[in-house]
Design a protein around this ligand. Structure first.
Ligand SMILES: [Zn+2]
Length: 146
């Protein structure tokens, strides 16, 4: 059994990171790597749709359960379970959130679906049926899987 050493430490002594601190540092590093990867994906999605990536926007990894597009602070959050999952779903997910960027694409109505269809490669669009099936069907979102 180990005991904590309470004796005063010389000035400048650096305490080793605690367990939770260590975990936080590892997570932070992992998230930074993920953020770069997400940004790359997002830029490619926009480029493939012949659009320029909107200035000052960031795409970041989150521990939230769902993705979100914060227009006010120009941040898109993609949940870590999506980042760790299949690449095709990740591309769909990023494209979905990117489609929320225009002011008229807040909900999941026709404007949004048009934007989404323009951004998301057709082979990944079918994931939308697992989220908003009625709206997706109405907008004629592609159903096939590759
Ligand atoms: Zn949405």
């Amino acid at each position: 059994m180990e005991f904590f050493d309470f004796r005063p430490k010389p000035s400048g002594y650096k305490y080793p990171p605690s367990g939770s601190e260590k975990r936080r540092m590892i997570l932070k590093k992992r998230f930074r790597k993920y953020d770069q990867m997400l940004f790359k994906h997002a830029k490619k999605i926009m480029k493939d749709a012949d659009l320029k990536f909107p200035p000052k926007w960031r795409v970041v990894c989150t521990t939230r359960s769902g993705g979100i597009c914060h227009r006010g602070i120009r941040i898109i959050e993609i949940p870590i379970w999506v980042v760790d999952g299949k690449e095709s779903r990740l591309i769909y997910y990023i494209a979905h959130e990117l489609a929320h960027i225009p002011y008229n694409c807040s909900g999941h109505k026709q404007d949004f679906m048009n934007q989404f269809a323009m951004l998301c490669p057709p082979e990944h669009q079918h994931y939308e049926y697992g989220y908003k099936p009625r709206e997706a069907k109405k907008a004629g979102i592609a159903t096939y899987r590759r």
